[in-house]
Design a protein around this ligand. Structure first.
Ligand code: NAD
Length: 483
């Protein structure tokens, strides 16, 4: 059996108790590796190492260029080990290997390259003042960062947090999701190989409540907590962080609205709408899981959409033709399956979909659902979309905004004015127009309402992972003269 260990202070290590837990391959439904199960003691070791690396070590004191060179070397090593990293995520959580290999891994390397360059090239502000002084800004590393990650894009979302934190000179303790530990330990080994000093990037495996997650968020030596996961967990983490006034960045759940107007290019809208909700078996915070289609094209759109959903190949995620793998774990599959049981109530209809093999669920399209049904309101995090017609633009905007979440929304129209008008009216951290998933790493990423607190990306990541400082200088001796 494979063994996945913690990575603390530059070396792989077991828990001092020797405790381990199994990680299960959701396609075979069998354990494929044993994982070191951390606790308070491992968190203490990791935070102590990260603290020492920050307070005394070379990492925060290196120039941006030297740190950046190490981060670029790490990006090179990620690409060299792309097959191994992709297989780790696929075996842990069942995403199609092709997606892990072609999307998640290259994007993870890109996260390091982008934030290394962004930090090196960033400028501060000089604020000339009328009083004979000037002010300028500095961005100093915040200290030790705790990064707590979910299982849906394991390596990609971990690196989205680690890369800016490291590029700005912080040290990190990462807690991967318990369902997806493998790629994080590989990553930490590669970081060490790239020349990252011991203690700069540490990985501790374990669970959330009453385990590694809770121990990390309770540790007063942590300077920043960056978390991606469920909104309920985000609230627990914010409460824990409040005890030490530790700043938190929370990227939480979503219930993305996808609005298709009658003047949209139908094929473009169908293609993106299918990808928006069925990619990664719908286990995407950004999933377009509420689909509103203008009545004039509703029947045409639905026919094409259902055909496209039915053509998606569900099955073994390691096979190159597979587009929809199993759900990530048995408990998650049970949760998503419970939503299938709701369909039929209140006149709702399953147009296509249903249970697949093992823990797979086929792309599922639901119509005629009563507006108060939980499928409209709750984040399913599976390949289930609800579709409804609308008549006016105002009605579509009200429906799209009728959620406690606000991570993202999509709209499809060929009318330029409408595109801008509706994009502005939608209450969401990101709005896509005639596309989906496209990212610019300089742009703010995060959500409104229950979808989170704060933004990351570009200068937004800098703001969070540094302590911005103002320095005010008397330029012409005005203060001396006043004495
Ligand atoms: P989760 O909240 O169950 O777990 C996320 C991480 O938090 C795991 O590592 C878990 O062990 C840890 N954790 C759980 N309880 C904790 C506690 N009390 N203290 C500290 N750590 C704790 O989420 P998940 O099921 O892994 O991921 C799915 C969720 O993540 C969905 O809601 C999805 O929308 C969200 N998500 C959001 C984004 C985004 O960018 N906004 C991206 C991906 C996923």
């Amino acid at each position: 059996m494979n063994v996945i260990r913690h990575f603390i202070d530059g070396a792989e290590t077991e828990s001092s108790s020797g405790a381990r837990f199994d990680t299960v391959d959701p396609w075979t439904r069998e354990p494929w590796a044993q994982v070191a199960l951390g606790g308070v003691e491992e968190v203490d070791r990791a935070v102590t190492a990260a603290r020492r690396a920050f307070d005394e070590g070379p990492w925060p004191r290196m120039g941006y260029a030297e740190r950046g060179a190490i981060l670029h070397r790490l990006a090179d090593l990620i690409i060299e080990h792309a097959d191994e990293l992709a297989l780790a995520d696929t075996t842990d959580m069942g995403k199609p290997l092709v997606d892990a290999r072609n999307n998640d891994v290259p994007r993870s390397a890109q996260n390091f390259r982008f934030f290394a360059d962004h930090a090196r090239l960033a400028t501060g502000e000089v604020l000339p003042m009328d009083t004979g002084h000037h002010a300028y800004t500095m961005f100093e590393p915040a200290g030790v960062v705790a990064a707590i990650a979910p299982w849906n894009f394991p390596l990609m979302l971990e690196t989205w947090k680690i890369a800016p934190a490291l590029a700005w000179g912080n040290t990190v303790v990462l807690k991967p999701a318990e369902d997806t530990p493998a790629s994080a330990t590989i990553l930490a080994g590669l970081a060490s190989q790239a020349g990252m000093p011991p203690g700069v990037l540490n990985v501790v495996h374990g669970y959330g409540p009453a385990s590694v997650g809770a121990a990390l968020t309770a540790d007063g030596r942590i300077d920043r907590i960056t978390f991606t996961g469920e909104s309920g967990t985000g609230k627990a983490i914010a409460a824990a962080a409040a005890a030490h006034l530790t700043p938190v960045s929370l990227e939480l759940g979503g219930k993305g609205a996808n609005v298709v107007f009658a003047d949209a290019d139908l094929d473009t809208a169908v293609n993106w709408s299918v990808r928006a909700v069925f990619s990664n078996a719908g286990q995407v915070c950004l999933a377009g899981s509420r689909l509103y289609v203008q009545r004039e094209i509703y029947d045409d759109f639905l026919a094409k959409f259902v055909t496209a959903a039915e053509s998606m190949r569900t099955g073994d995620p390691k096979l190159p033709q597979t587009q929809v793998g199993p759900l990530a774990s048995e408990s998650h599959w049970k949760k998503v399956r419970s939503y299938l049981d709701d369909i039929g109530a209140g006149g709702s209809t399953m147009r296509t979909g249903g249970l697949g093999e093992g823990w797979a669920i086929r792309p599922t399209v639901v119509t005629d659902l009563p507006p108060d049904a939980r499928l409209w309101r709750e984040e399913v995090f599976g390949p289930i979309v609800v579709v409804a017609p609308f008549d006016s633009e105002a009605e579509a905007i009200a429906a799209a905004n009728g959620t406690c979440y606000g991570l993202n929304a999509m709209l499809f129209t060929e009318n330029l004015s409408r595109a801008h008008r509706v994009a502005s009216a939608l209450r969401a951290g990101t709005v896509w127009v005639n596309c989906f998933f496209i990212r610019d790493l300089r742009a703010p990423f995060g959500g409104v309402g229950d979808s989170g607190i704060g933004r990351e990306g570009g200068t937004f990541s800098r703001e969070f992972f540094t302590e911005p400082k103002a320095v005010l200088v008397a330029v012409d001796g005005a203060d001396d003269a006043a004495q």
